[in-house]
Design a protein around this ligand. Structure first.
Ligand code: HEM
Length: 320
């Protein structure tokens, strides 16, 4: 067993490294966005919960954050009247739990408190970590490929000028969509998905017996040359010129958000958030890798978290 002191200090060092640079900044930003949009809270308010979540992840516990914050918010909804649960995620879930499809009041919750909290934790985790991973890698790759950074800036200035982008402007950012999809293909946050068949199934020439777990390795499938062509390992956003279903030899090849009924519910939210943030950064800053960087620091632009959060918040209230 590892000495606890040694283990703790290496976790702290790792956390310290992770907290530096762009990654920390965008992580705070995406935490704030998901807190405000889904929970009617803010990064500042939920800071302790997010800090606990990071520590749990470092300790290789299951993905989750401190449930205290979610519990407190849900309890406060429960003590209010049915019609006053609020329109954020916990309120919407409670409303569904208490109300039948005919609008009549139920006596008991359809989901248990634990299940509601688990759903909230998934939202917090997915809404924060996945999108901040996407934004960090976007800034990194646009530093490595300055020609794409310039192309994106031209598109943003053409479609949005210097104004805060509206939903309509964001819809017109085609090159931005291509770059984000290519980034998710090569460096998406999902490493694998796990499925367990509830009956024997056939997958091509394979028979998977009921109950046997299957691991679906997303990055490996995204780099399969037979499906994506000989340049599968290269960063080439142009492959997404005609959309995700036409980017490879088979239409279902792009699985960064999974496919089917259990695919990512936050896909459009994540893409909208990433586009808004990148558009606002590109309007004001150019960025490059620091010569002394270990991959986390960016040299030419200092981007303040507060300013970014304020801008995205303004954007949110003007477009949602
Ligand atoms: C770049 C950003 C994101 C990526 C790449 C991503 C990817 C995925 C993937 C691959 C799954 C399927 C996991 C599995 O089946 O094992 C998933 C599920 C899910 N995602 Fe995302 N996600 C992102 C952002 C978000 C955001 C912003 C939210 C919430 C606002 C969110 C909420 C969820 C939820 C609730 C599920 C579970 C859906 C279900 O089981 O029915 N995700 N996501």
């Amino acid at each position: 067993m590892l000495d606890q002191g040694v283990e703790r200090s290496s976790i702290q060092q790792r956390e310290q490294r992770n907290r530096s640079g762009v990654q920390q900044t965008v992580s705070e930003l995406t935490a704030d966005v998901i807190s405000r949009t889904a929970f009617g809270s803010s990064y500042k308010e939920g800071k302790e919960a997010f800090h606990a979540q990071k520590q749990l992840l470092s300790l290789d516990h299951c993905h989750g954050n401190s449930p205290q914050c979610a519990t407190a918010r849900i309890q406060s909804r429960l003590t209010s009247k049915v019609s006053e649960y609020g329109d954020e995620l916990p309120g919407a879930m409670l409303e569904t739990c208490f109300t039948t499809e005919h609008g009549e009041k139920r006596d008991e919750l359809v989901l248990t408190m634990d299940e509601i909290i688990d759903e909230c934790k998934t939202f917090f985790f997915a809404g924060n970590d996945n999108t901040s991973h996407l934004l960090t890698w976007t800034m990194f790759l646009l530093s490595v490929y300055p020609e794409w950074q310039e192309r994106l800036r031209e598109e943003v200035l053409r479609e949005c000028g210097k104004k805060n982008p509206t939903a309509e402007m964001l819809r017109r950012l085609k090159v931005m969509t291509m770059v984000l999809l290519e980034l998710l293909r090569l460096y998406g946050p999902g490493i694998f998905m796990i499925r367990k068949p509830i009956s024997d199934i056939r997958l091509g020439s394979l028979i998977i017996p009921k109950g046997n777990g299957i691991v679906i390795p997303i990055p490996m499938l995204h780099r399969d040359k037979e499906v994506w062509g000989d340049n599968a390992n290269e960063f080439d956003p142009l492959r997404f010129e005609d959309g995700a279903t036409k980017a490879a030899k088979i239409p279902q090849a792009f699985i960064a958000f999974s496919l089917g009924p259990r695919s990512c519910i936050g896909r459009n939210f994540a893409m909208l958030e990433a586009k808004s943030v990148m558009a606002m950064i590109l309007q004001k800053f150019s960025f490059a890798l620091s010569p002394t960087s270990d991959g986390e620091g960016f040299a030419t632009a200092e981007i303040g978290t507060t300013e970014m959060i304020e801008q995205v918040e303004k954007q949110r209230t003007s477009t949602l």
